[in-house]
Design a protein around this ligand. Structure first.
Ligand code: ADP
Length: 248
């Protein structure tokens, strides 16, 4: 891959459900090391776009290029399942019968054939990285929502992804647990991980993102450096959206 080429690029991507275009002709490029936040009103197509980038959604037009190669259009991406792209969802979906460390070590042993002892040792390091060394041997039901979400983040990191996608990772959390999850994402971005985050957390977007993308009705209406989007949005729709969330 050329040093200058984006890590992931969507070109003219359209996703249709039952005849309605929920993502319309979207183009977006993300460079290695960038942190990008996608904002916009509910129903704008943010999650669908993220799922398209993950290769989870079949697309009807356009293409997605990840590390120089076109992602399958079928919605059955090998990149997510092999761990090159990590994704964290609103729901944590941990295996309830496995401890935190076993949840994190599972995919490397199953998919990458890493030796169990090696995978468990690395899983403990990853849990320490997300502030959960002391919870490694606990089961999901013994953990708070924020802790479970941090295990889910460690689980994605265990596959050494080149890109991490976050789909409203704090939306299902009680407010008191939101901050610890945002802090882990902030640290990942500071470490140089490429992240794309769909969120309604404006302070996080402003404090962490290099770039902000705003969607409305399936389209990108704004894409620019964070401060410019917040301080001097180019589009009336962005201004209206920012005004609504700041008074919500
Ligand atoms: P956002 O993340 O911005 O809230 P979504 O991407 O979740 O928006 O949804 C965009 C639009 O696509 C919404 O109108 C939603 O109802 C529709 N949609 C999302 N997923 C499906 C689906 N599986 N089947 C039908 N419509 C869907």
């Amino acid at each position: 891959m050329n040093e200058q080429s984006p890590l992931i690029a969507a070109e003219g991507v359209t996703r249709t459900y039952h005849g309605s275009q929920v993502v319309q002709d979207v183009s977006l490029q993300v460079e290695p090391g960038e942190s990008v936040v996608i904002l916009g009103p509910s129903g704008a197509g943010k999650s669908t776009l993220l799922r398209c980038l993950a290769g989870l959604e079949p697309i009807q037009a356009g293409q997605i290029i990840f590390r120089g190669a076109e992602l399958s259009r079928s919605g059955r991406s090998p990149h997510l399942s092999c761990g090159d792209i990590g994704m964290v969802f609103q729901q944590f979906n941990l295996f309830p019968h496995l401890t935190a460390v076993e949840n994190v070590a599972l995919a490397p042993t199953r998919v990458r054939r890493v030796k169990r002892e090696t995978a468990l040792a690395e899983a403990r390091q990853l849990l320490a990285r997300v502030g959960l060394a002391h919870r490694a041997d606990h089961y999901p039901f013994e953990l708070s929502g924020g802790q479970q979400q941090r295990v889910a983040i460690a689980r994605a990191l265990a596959m050494h992804p080149a890109l991490m996608l976050f789909d409203e990772p704090t939306s299902a959390l009680d407010p008191e647990f939101t901050r610890e999850v945002l802090e882990v994402m902030r640290a990942l971005a500071a470490d140089g991980m490429t992240i794309i985050v769909v969120t309604h957390e404006m302070a996080f977007a402003r404090g962490t993102a290099d770039r902000v993308v705003v969607m409305d009705h399936g389209r990108i209406v704004e894409d620019g450096p964070t401060e410019q989007v917040f301080m001097a949005p180019r589009h009336e729709r962005t201004e209206r959206f920012l005004r609504q969330v700041s008074t919500a």
